[in-house]
Design a protein around this ligand. Structure first.
Ligand code: GLN
Length: 386
């Protein structure tokens, strides 16, 4: 067996969800909403299954979806994208990330990762033969600077795998941060693979800035989006990639031999959804922001030190002020003793060097959030002490 996959443990999401089932716990671990998603978008998909085309769609994606993606990013991010040469539909963002790594990295090339790094990144980089170089980020603000970028980026850097907003940290990088990245890459051949799946899930009136909007990054970047996150339909696994034509040509070769196509009916529904008015996306953000604030208040009252969350479905607590030093042990105790599952952020550091942060998913009904807060508060006397 290939040693990289053979040596991997089950993902932290599967592990915590299994513990949640075992302890009949409320699952604020794995990130998925517990409502069914926008009904009109789901009906479009149903209609397309019954009345539409169910054979292979074009390899690059349905033309109507590729056009809708270009229109959507013009409307929401003022990006100029050529639907014919710069857009490809994939079976989820994870396929897009895997494909982008396979298309860019050769054995021995260096790949820069930001830690905490979403769990799929490192195994995929290694399987592509890449040598990981880490930029370590730390709470409470998870920022990088020119020096930390310079320390990781060098003449052997082939790709930078970037995530903005960043899961699990819940932080958002702005135009100035992206300019630091552009400056650090000037003169290199490196490609930026930018996982922007949380681009719509950002709060407090902030705007998302894509790598494609930044001079010096536009031509070298692969922007990855996800209908699952845009419409809160995480099981759909419809992703998309935007990149300059020369890069896209090679990305398309990887996609051709990984999944080749993506269910056409879901593509039709996503194309419909992407044209929804801005008010739809504003309402979605407002709704999630209210849930974030609700969980933030509850966890603060229970005695946690809550870190800011600018985006994603997640907010984090810092166990440091409580004197707790093992996030994984804490999560195992919380699921068993309080009946609430969360995710230890050490799972997103290759050396588990950060062990004081725990991630909670707030994309849940208010009833679910209240029940979780109640359980934690009830156990707080024992749970929150070392
Ligand atoms: N993206 C989800 C999260 O961050 C996890 C998806 C999965 O389980 N692989 O919670």
């Amino acid at each position: 067996m290939n040693p990289i996959f053979a040596g991997l443990q089950t993902s932290i999401f599967e592990e915590m969800s299994a513990l949640a089932r075992q302890h009949s716990a409320i699952n604020l671990g794995q990130g998925f909403p517990d409502d069914p998603g926008p009904e009109d978008v789901r009906r479009k998909a149903a209609e397309a299954v019954v009345e539409g085309w169910n054979q292979y769609p074009p390899m690059m994606g349905l033309p109507e979806l590729r056009a809708a993606i270009a229109r959507h990013y013009k409307a929401h991010q003022n990006l100029d994208i050529d639907a014919n040469t710069e857009v490809m539909v994939t079976s989820g963002a994870t396929e897009a990330i895997a494909g982008a790594l396979l298309a860019t990295v050769s054995p021995g090339d260096e790949v820069v990762l930001f830690e905490p790094a979403y769990d799929a990144y490192l195994p995929l980089v290694k399987r592509a033969g890449g040598i990981p170089k880490f930029v370590k980020l730390a709470p409470p603000d998870w920022r990088f600077d020119a020096a930390s970028l310079r320390a990781a980026i060098g003449p052997r850097t082939r790709a930078v795998l970037f995530n903005n907003p960043l899961n699990p940290a819940g932080c958002l990088y702005d135009a100035a941060d992206l300019t630091l990245l552009a400056d650090a890459l000037a003169g290199t051949e490196a490609v930026v693979i930018s996982d922007e799946v949380w681009e719509h899930v950002i709060f407090d009136g902030q705007r998302h800035v894509s790598v494609l909007a930044v001079p010096g990054l536009r031509e070298r970047s692969v922007k990855i989006g996800s209908a699952g996150k845009i419409f809160n339909l995480t099981g759909w696994k419809v992703g998309f990639v935007v990149a300059a034509p020369a890069v896209m040509k090679v990305l398309a070769k990887a996609h051709q031999y990984i999944t080749f196509t993506t269910p056409p009916n879901l593509q039709t529904a996503v194309a419909y959804g992407l044209d929804k008015p801005a008010a739809h996306f504003d309402a979605m953000r407002k709704d999630l922001q209210d849930r974030r604030d609700h969980l933030q208040r509850g966890l603060t009252q229970a005695g946690f030190s809550v870190l800011p969350s600018a985006g994603t479905y997640f907010l984090n607590v810092d166990l440091g002020p409580l004197g707790l030093t093992d996030d994984a042990a804490f999560c195992r105790r919380m699921v068993a003793e309080a009946g609430v599952a969360a995710i230890p952020v050490s799972a997103f550091y290759a050396d588990a060097s950060q062990r004081s942060v725990v991630r909670f998913c707030f994309a849940k009904t208010f009833d679910t959030l209240d029940a979780a807060i109640g359980r934690i508060a009830k156990s707080a006397a024992t749970l929150l002490h070392a």
